[in-house]
Design a protein around this ligand. Structure first.
Ligand SMILES: Nc1ncnc2c1ncn2[C@@H]1O[C@H](COP(=O)(O)OP(=O)(O)OP(=O)(O)O)[C@@H](O)[C@H]1O
Length: 260
């Protein structure tokens, strides 16, 4: 019998008024793989992520985590189960230091309560865990800086450190390089690459940049008008006529070239 996927959607959908933003999407994400979710603007990628992570409630279908139906769980409950979502900068505490932010995330995972000072003096293991997360993202040297004072790229690294502190099994990145400077992009990609290399995370990535997708993805799922239109190995999916037409607009470009 095949392994139960880490995360799956079955006939998942949501309607906004009369518009089906995500429509009958079934897909399974195997543990230890990185899947890129692609599609044109408005295809439903972010909405699909919101349905998986619980930010939105589905109008139809189900979300399964390790085979268990979690459709009715809140976003917080899903996070506690092991579904982590990166880059919602609202998660940072701007007036706390970099280290304190990560310690809070470690603490929340251990459900250690809020008596922070008493706890932290006794819990060298938790401090070590937080330090390891900071080391992992290359922020150890900035541990005492206020989160608010970090440049944008470092804030994202801090978010990854906090996400790691929660030790999720599924990690979702929604356009991780959007709005980043050219020098920050490789840093974030390297973080994702290292996360993938650990082999124990199931990573979902919404991304527009083709080079990023090619270098990271084991698999590509294509959404178009809310529907899943292709799902498979990157080379096979990118070569399919539906993707060439719907996503890359190759046919149109070729036609334009012919008329030039
Ligand atoms: N809260 C909402 N209320 C009404 N319509 C919405 C809402 N959220 C998304 N939509 C619509 O659902 C569709 C899918 O949007 P979504 O943001 O998921 O697309 P996307 O593939 O992530 O696009 P992009 O690549 O531009 O981020 C769009 O037509 C959008 O206008």
């Amino acid at each position: 019998m095949a392994d139960t996927p880490a995360l799956a959607s079955r006939g998942l959908g949501i309607r906004f008024g009369g518009h089906a933003a995500v429509d009958d999407v079934s897909a399974a994400f195997e543990a230890g793989t990185l899947t890129a979710i692609v599609g044109p603007n408005g295809a439903g990628k972010t909405t699909y992520f919101n349905l998986l992570s619980g930010q939105l409630k589905a109008s139809a279908g189900a979300v399964l985590y390790k085979g268990e139906d979690i459709t009715r769980l809140s976003a917080a409950q899903r996070t506690a189960r092991g579904i982590g979502r990166a880059f919602q900068l609202t998660n940072l505490f701007p007036r706390l230091s970099v280290a304190e932010n990560v310690r809070l995330a470690v603490q929340s995972r251990h459900r250690a309560g809020f008596n922070m000072l008493a706890l932290w003096r006794q819990r060298a293991d938790l401090i070590a865990e937080a330090e390891a997360c900071l080391e992992e993202v290359g922020l150890a040297a900035r541990r005492d800086d206020l989160a608010a004072s970090l440049p944008h790229g470092d804030k994202r690294k801090l978010e990854v450190a906090m996400l790691m502190a929660l030790a999720p099994e599924v990690v979702m990145f929604d356009e991780p390089t959007a709005g980043m400077g050219v020098d920050e992009v490789p840093v974030i990609l390297e973080l994702i690459r290292r996360l993938k290399a650990r082999g124990d995370k199931t990573i979902l990535l919404v991304e527009h940049k083709m080079d990023v997708i090619h270098s990271l993805a084991d698999r590509i799922v294509v959404l178009h008008n809310g529907r899943l239109v292709a799902d498979g190995q990157p080379a096979e999916v990118m070569a399919s006529s539906i993707v060439q037409e719907a996503y890359l607009g190759v046919r149109r470009v070729r036609k334009e070239a012919a008329h030039a």
